[in-house]
Design a protein around this ligand. Structure first.
Ligand code: SF4
Length: 459
C-alpha cells in the first residue's frame, strides 16, 4: 500500500506529518510523492489563513476528479482544518477520513479500517477548549515518544514539540479553537527524545510551541521554564545548536530565557518574536496584550542581554479598522525594530474567532495588498543593509543539503553543486561544496549578499 502525505501550514504541521510518516512506514506502508501512484492520500491542513484553506479545497477538487477513475483511492484530511470543519468535510464525497490534530495517533488504525470496511471515519475533539482527557494526552505523548526520535526533517536537524495548543486568544487567530488548551510536555520526555536524537547524529534541535517562551511545567515544588529546558538540553553531548520558535512578546520568563541565550553557547542568538502591528489601537483590537513601546522595549532588552542577537518578526496588515496612520505606525516600528527578516500577511477573517464575530473586515483587499507590498519593501532595505555587514566575514554554518532552487552564478566554487546552509542566527547561506557536507558544520566566507541570502565560498 502506498501513501502520499501532503502538508500545508506551519512547522508544527510539518512535524505532525513527519510523525505520521514514520508511524505509517513502521506499519508497513510505503511513501510516495505521487498522488497518481498512491492508494491513500493524507492532507495535513492549516486553518490559520483563508488562503491555506482555499488551497486545500482546490486540491480536494483535483482529488475528486482522480477518484472518478480510481474509486478505491482513500483520501484523509488531518490537522487544523479537519478539527475546524469536522463532518462537513465528509459531505462532498471525496474525503474518507477526517482526523483532528489531537487524534493523529489513530491515523494508522483509521486508514486500515477505512481500507477494510470501506466506510468513512471521523475523529475530532468535541469540546476543543476542555483539558485534553488523560487517555488522549497519553496517546499523543506515546506517539511523540515512539516516532519523534526517528523524524529527521533535514540531515542532523530535528524538531521537538515542547508545547501543544494555545491559551492566548489573539482575536484574529483560530489556533486556540483547533489545537486546544496550552500544555507543556515534561522536560524528562523532551530530554529523552533529544538524547535519542543525539545518539543518531542530530546536531541541532529546534523546540516548537505556539508561545514557546510560555513553556512551564510543574513537577513537585519545581516549575521548569524554557530557560531550564535549554540548560538541560545544553548538557547533551552531540547537540551543538539549540533554537526555539515562536516567541510571544511578554515579560514572563523573558529575562531568564535571554540570559540562557547569552550564557549557554549552544543556544543560538536568534529570536522570532511577532509584533503583528505597530499601532496600539490595532494591538488592543488584536488582544495582543502589549503596546508598541512595550514591544520595542523587549527588543531593546534582547539586544542588551544578548549582543549580536538576530530578530525576526511577523505582521498582519489590513486588520479591521486599520487606518493609514495605524499602518504608518507599523512601518515606523519595523524601521525601529531592524529585523533580519519578517513575514507579512494580509488579514483574512477566520470563522469562529473574536475578530470575525465582532469586527467588520473594513480594509479593502487592494489596500491590504498595497500595505503588504510597502511593508515588505521597507523590510527589504533593512535586510539588505544588515546582510551587507556579513561581506568578507567567515561564519559557521550547518549545511542543510543541495539547493532546490539554484542561485545561478552567485556562489563561488563551481566544481561543486550548490548547497544551502544556515547560520546560528538563521541567515540562509548558499555556497558550492560537496554534498557530503549535508548535515555537517563548516565555515564559509561571505562573498556576496542579497536581502535574504548570503552567498559564500568554502573556507
Ligand atoms: S499566541 Fe496568538 S497568534 Fe499565536 S497561536 Fe496563540 S492565539 Fe494564535
Amino acid at each position: 500500500m502506498k501513501v502520499c502525505l501532503q502538508t500545508y501550514g506551519c512547522q508544527m504541521n510539518k512535524l505532525d506529518t513527519a510523525l505520521v510518516e514514520v508511524a505509517l512506514t513502521n506499519n508497513g506502508y510505503m511513501l510516495t510523492d505521487s498522488v497518481k501512484d498512491a492508494d491513500v492520500v493524507i492532507i495535513n491542513t492549516c486553518s490559520v489563513r483563508e488562503h491555506a484553506e482555499q488551497r486545500v479545497r482546490s486540491h480536494l477538487g483535483h482529488l475528486k476528479h482522480i477518484k472518478q477513475h480510481k474509486a478505491d483511492l482513500v483520501v484523509g484530511v488531518i490537522g487544523c482544518m479537519a478539527q475546524r470543519l469536522g463532518a462537513e468535510l465528509l459531505d462532498d464525497g471525496v474525503v474518507d477520513i477526517v482526523c483532528g490534530p489531537a487524534q493523529i495517533p489513530q491515523i494508522p488504525d483509521l486508514i486500515a479500517k477505512t481500507l477494510r470496511e470501506k466506510q468513512k471515519a471521523l475523529a475530532i475533539t468535541d469540546q476543543i477548549r476542555k483539558p485534553t482527557p488523560p487517555d488522549q494526552a497519553d496517546a499523543l505523548e506515546e506517539f511523540e515518544t515512539i516516532y519523534g526520535p526517528e523524524e529527521k526533517t533535514l540531515p542532523s536537524q530535528a524538531y521537538i514539540r515542547a508545547m501543544r495548543g494555545c491559551d492566548k486568544f489573539c482575536s484574529y487567530c483560530i489556533v486556540p479553537y483547533v489545537r486546544g488548551p496550552e500544555t507543556s510536555r515534561s522536560p524528562q520526555a523532551i530530554i529523552a527524545q533529544a538524547e535519542k536524537l543525539a545518539d543518531t547524529g542530530t546536531k541541532q534541535i529546534t523546540l516548537l510551541g505556539q508561545r514557546i517562551n510560555a513553556y512551564e511545567y510543574k513537577a513537585g515544588d519545581k516549575t521548569y521554564c524554557l530557560a531550564d529546558l535549554l540548560e538541560m538540553l545544553s548538557q547533551i553531548d552531540g547537540i551543538e545548536w539549540l533554537k526555539f520558535v515562536t516567541s510571544y512578546p511578554s515579560e514572563k520568563y523573558y529575562d531568564r530565557i535571554l540570559r540562557a541565550m547569552a550564557d549557554l553557547p549552544k543556544v543560538c542568538p536568534y529570536l522570532h518574536i511577532p509584533a503583528q502591528s505597530g499601532s496600539d489601537k490595532i494591538l488592543k483590537a488584536m488582544n495582543r496584550g502589549y503596546t508598541a513601546t512595550q514591544y520595542l522595549d523587549l527588543l531593546a532588552k534582547a539586544r542588551q542581554i544578548v549582543p549580536g542577537i538576530t530578530l525576526a518578526g511577523d505582521f498582519i496588515v489590513g486588520f479591521p479598522c486599520e487606518t493609514d496612520d495605524d499602518f504608518q505606525e507599523t512601518v515606523a516600528l519595523v524601521k525601529e525594530a531592524q529585523y533580519k527578516s519578517c513575514f507579512v500577511f494580509k488579514y483574512s477573517p477566520r470563522p469562529g474567532t473574536t475578530a470575525d464575530k465582532r469586527l467588520e473586515d473594513t480594509v479593502p483587499l487592494e489596500i491590504k495588498k498595497q500595505r503588504n507590498y510597502k511593508l515588505l519593501e521597507v523590510q527589504e532595505k533593512i535586510s539588505d543593509r544588515l546582510s551587507k555587514k556579513f561581506l568578507g566575514q567567515t561564519v559557521k554554518v550547518l549545511v542543510e543539503g543541495p539547493s532546490k532552487k539554484p542561485h545561478l552564478n552567485l556562489a563561488e566554487g563551481k566544481n561543486y553543486p550548490q548547497l544551502v546552509a544556515r547560520t546560528a542566527t538563521d541567515y540562509i547561506v548558499v555556497f558550492n561544496g560537496p554534498t557530503s557536507l549535508a548535515g555537517q558544520f563548516t565555515t564559509v566566507k561571505i562573498t556576496k549578499t542579497s536581502p535574504l541570502t548570503l552567498f559564500a565560498k568554502l573556507e
